[in-house]
Write a protein that binds this ligand. Sequence first.
Ligand SMILES: [Zn+2]
Length: 283
Amino acid sequence: MPELPEVETVRRGLEDKLKYFLIQDIEILSARTISSEGGVDVFIKNIKGLILGNWERRGKYLICYLQSQYDSKHSGWLVVHLRMTGQFQWLPSTQIPCSHTRVRFWNNEGREIRFVDTRNFGQMWWISPKHLPREQINGLNKLGPEPFSTDFNPVYLKNSLRNRKRSIKASLLDQTVVAGAGNIYADESLFDAGIIPTKESRNLSEVEISKLYSSLTRILKISIGKGGTTFKDFRDLEGINGNYGGQAWVYGRGNKSCKKCGSKIIKTKVSGRGTHYCPICQK
Ligand SMILES: [Zn+2]
């Protein structure tokens, strides 16, 4: 599943390739992808003829500022969530769509940006300029702070974990605690901080919380610099896989030797998610 670094990599690609892309035509091949009110018809009617402006990221949501092609007036937002397998493809010439193609946008030069999604859980919304995206999309409204914002800091983290009996792994996956960190980065930062994923959130010491804060923010930053993780479904706009995965300490390394101490990495389930840790390095 794309996590913050992957979504940020996609955002940068979209901003780079699609700045001032005029939406001349749209084809929706999967009605369920369109999640905004009024479905496909309202989406097409409102987005056709607009220009894609700046792309922002909030958690794992991509938010594009839409403008009128005539006077640059703000004309709402296009919001996208890639979910499990959603990806964008930038095509300079016409290519026959694969069976997983869900939405196609063309500009006035016939260039296409295509949304391909094998599992088809990805979502798109058109949000009217009368509203803010978070007023219309519940998941966006409930998001916790961005990991690189000043709102996310050791004091905040300590308060969020206080009195929580659930595992620290579950807390890190909770998007209301911190936006955008998912399974891979939760496992990797817990290893880096030397904390066992099953530890009750409320039992983390102040030192552990500080370590976890720096591990998480540092690993996310490194991974963004490398273009996201190598995992089978993730591609950037030009089909290139990032390469953080090659550097993973525990994620995807069940039964292999810990790169630090040599013990066997354990793969288990915590809150229903595959979880990897070293029983010696993490306490
Ligand atoms: Zn170890």
